[in-house]
Write a protein that binds this ligand. Structure first.
Ligand SMILES: Cc1cc2nc3c(=O)[nH]c(=O)nc-3n(C[C@H](O)[C@H](O)[C@H](O)COP(=O)(O)OP(=O)(O)OC[C@H]3O[C@@H](n4cnc5c(N)ncnc54)[C@H](O)[C@@H]3O)c2cc1C
Length: 272
């Protein structure tokens, strides 16, 4: 039987923060619910209260300015990102990753915030955010703090967020706009499936970053590398930070091999 829980749908941030302060770890935020409800159904999470943030004023929409960059708010779904002209024009890598996340129906509900807070090692949106140097803006009744995504994930399904905090926006800096990026995801089946390995490569000006998912306890990104780095050195840089495991989907050796294959292919593609 489905675990019983109460439901709240605050309309303001002050109402939201007061609920979270009151309930602490007994409450769970609901955005699209595509991870949360599966976890509740499977008994992995047993919140006493589910707090739907879709009606909170100010939590809707995507904005872009050439000085501030791109800002995602908590209800932005993957399909909204795929439709957004400013994402397409300035940060198309986010759309490449989004296209690979689940099915059209799931993408209609799934949010980018839920994807990163869920902190799965195989998150499809994390590689783009890591390559683009995005920041998490985290809010609570005590104020806001900013954390770069390379410090946001702390372990399998773990982040720096405390139970009374909300991921209030994702900021993709203006300085990251306009580069060339590409993403590849290896799946067991041709349709929608979680990744066995995901790799993103991003070149902008004279710097290059490579990010990988499903290859370590958290999604990972290399330090800034020179854009003209040799293929061998680029492969060595990503191999230094991954630590793949063997599981039901494949062996760690195959994961490591495919990361190398994807880095080589993606470098050739973005350097064309
Ligand atoms: C059939 C299926 C296929 C899938 N395929 C993929 C795939 O290919 N790739 C992939 O990466 N994922 C996949 N997923 C996982 C999921 O769809 C994504 O992770 C999705 O982006 C989660 O977003 P959501 O809005 O549904 O999150 P929710 O389920 O609402 O929330 C997820 C977690 O984040 C918390 N949370 C959400 N928003 C906030 C916030 N603003 N502040 C604080 N906490 C918050 C919730 O409390 C919960 O713990 C799949 C899921 C399903 C059911």
């Amino acid at each position: 039987m489905l675990h019983q829980f109460s439901y709240a749908a605050p309309r303001s941030k002050s109402e939201l923060f007061s609920i979270l302060d009151d309930q602490g770890a007994n409450a769970k935020v609901l955005a699209g619910g595509t991870d949360l409800l599966v976890n509740i159904r499977n008994g992995v999470m047993k919140p006493r209260l589910v707090v739907d943030i879709k009606k909170v004023s100010g939590y809707q929409g995507i904005s872009y300015s050439p000085t501030e960059g791109l800002i995602f708010r908590p209800t932005v779904t993957i399909n909204e990102i795929l439709r957004d002209a400013s994402v397409r024009d300035h940060y198309p890598l986010l759309q490449e990753c989004g296209h690979d996340l689940a099915s059209y129906q799931v993408r209609n509900r799934a949010t980018i915030m839920g994807n990163v807070v869920n902190a799965s090692p195989c998150s499809d949106m994390a590689p783009a955010l890591l390559c683009l140097g995005a920041r998490a803006v985290i809010a609570s009744s005590k104020g806001t703090r900013e954390v770069p995504f390379k410090e946001f994930f702390t372990g399998v399904k773990k982040t720096v967020l405390s139970p009374t905090e909300v991921l209030e926006s994702i900021v993709v800096p203006a300085s990251s706009a306009g580069g060339r990026g590409a993403y590849r995801k290896l799946k067991r089946i041709n349709g929608h499936d979680l990744g066995i390995v995901g790799v993103a490569v991003y070149i902008q000006g004279d710097l290059l970053r490579i990010a990988a998912s499903s290859s370590a306890p958290t999604p990972v990104v290399t330090p800034d590398l020179p854009a003209d780095i040799s293929v061998e050195d680029a492969v060595a840089a990503i191999k230094k930070i991954i630590s793949p495991i063997s599981d039901v989907r494949c062996s760690k050796e195959y994961r490591e091999f495919m990361v190398e294959v994807f880095v080589k292919r993606l470098l050739a593609e973005v350097r064309k």
